[in-house]
Write a protein that binds this ligand. Structure first.
Ligand SMILES: *Cc1c(COP(=O)(O)O)cnc(C)c1O
Length: 379
């Protein structure tokens, strides 16, 4: 099997798994317990917090662990909105956000909050000027993803952060696809909130990270005990948090090597497919893109059919994002690029990760081209 869907999730790193395992077995203490088994769990969580903070240039107490990226995104949107519930409120976001941001915005609109969904150009980039023009006197929050999960386009977050510096506006970025894949530093980006998720950088599923700049208040989304300094209740997922710490340390340490390798693999994949299928088109920005992710359109052919045929050949990739595929609806991201519904439905996403190797490229190219040929010949 070839797994080329690392934007959906990644395999846990071998060394991270080893570090995590004891906390699923003999080190099973509750971090809130007063005896030494509990204290050990607590110490493990605090070590992970240190590793995460160091990896993104944050301070220890600016890091809170959640159940995932979706929870962290929902937390920021819902609780910032809650803070301003007695005032007119406007949020600026983009048309290509992950559904955990978009659907949170839709639910806020139901409560009377105004939301602007910024358009993107045909490479999937938003313009800093558009952000500037969208700011209104009652704008309280701007939420823009760092890199898109379907097409990989990287947004000019640092420039937007600079622009918003003088404004009285909170700035959040969903960096779930970026952390561990491209350099991410919260001071460089000038963000107030940043979301990451461990299973996207070879950690375990079910652990997210919210960075919250020190000095900012955010009410809890999950109520209960005093875990995470009262910010996020619920018995900590100690093993998942331990994995997140080691995984972020490992993946950030390997960024230079891995990104160079994955970029070359993506390039070879695209060139290999183009050789046999000249009409194939790359969606997204050709330069400003995540190293391992590429989205391709095969006009006249259904991406879903391609995906299923490739599955039979042992190649795992997806049509758009893991969350929308299966519903048969065209990707909101590809539609925002200006693609027609039919074009959008002809897309597949290949996303390589650190466990892919160069000799898989040829196999992916052959499998994709064979599947394409089979569909074209059979109609
Ligand atoms: C995967 C993903 C999320 C959701 O993270 P989970 O930990 O799976 O909840 C949010 N945003 C982006 C961009 C993602 O790719």
């Amino acid at each position: 099997m070839i797994y080329a869907d690392n934007a959906a999730t990644t395999r846990i790193s071998d060394s991270v798994f080893e570090k995590m395992l004891p906390f699923l077995c003999d080190q099973y203490g509750n971090a809130s317990s007063q005896y030494s088994l509990g204290a050990k769990a607590k110490r493990a969580i605090e070590r992970a917090r240190k590793q995460v903070a160091a990896a993104i240039g944050a301070e220890l107490l600016e890091i809170t662990f959640t159940s995932g990226g979706s929870e962290a995104n929902s937390w920021v949107l819902r609780c910032v909105a809650d803070t301003y519930r007695n005032e007119p409120m406007h949020i600026v976001t983009t048309a290509i956000e992950h559904h955990s941001v978009l659907n949170a915005c839709h639910s806020l609109e139901q409560t009377g909050i105004e939301v602007t969904y910024l358009p993107v150009d045909k490479t999937g980039c938003i313009s800093v000027d558009n952000v500037k023009a969208a700011i209104k006197p009652h704008t309280k929050l701007v939420s823009i993803m760092l890199a898109n999960n379907e097409i990989g386009t990287i947004q000019p977050i640092a420039d937007i952060g600079l622009l918003l510096k003088g404004e009285n506006v909170l700035f959040h970025t969903d960096a779930v696809q970026s952390v561990g894949h491209i350099p991410v530093d919260v001071s460089d980006l000038r963000v107030d909130f940043l979301t990451a998720s461990a299973h996207k950088f070879n950690g375990a599923k079910g652990t997210g990270i919210l960075y919250k700049r020190s000095g900012l208040d955010l009410s809890p989304l999950v109520f209960g005990g005093e875990q995470e300094r009262g910010l996020r209740a619920g018995t900590e997922n100690v093993a998942g948090i331990v994995a997140a710490g080691y995984a972020i340390e490992e993946s950030v340490g390997e960024i230079a090597d891995t990104s160079k390798r994955l970029k070359a693999m993506v390039e070879d994949t695209v060139n290999g497919i183009k050789e046999k299928i000249p009409s194939v088109r790359v969606n997204g920005d050709s330069e400003c893109r995540l190293p391992g992710t590429v989205n391709l359109c095969f006009y006249g052919v259904s991406g879903e059919s391609l995906m299923h045929l490739l599955d039979l050949k042992g190649v795992c990739l997806s049509t758009s994002s893991a969350c929308t595929s299966g519903k048969g609806e065209p990707s909101h991201v590809l539609l925002a690029l200006g693609l027609t519904e039919q074009q959008a439905k002809s897309a597949i996403r290949i996303s390589y990760g650190k466990y892919n190797c160069a000799d898989e490229v040829g196999k992916v190219v052959t499998a994709v081209c064979d599947a394409y040929k089979k569909i074209v010949e059979n109609r």
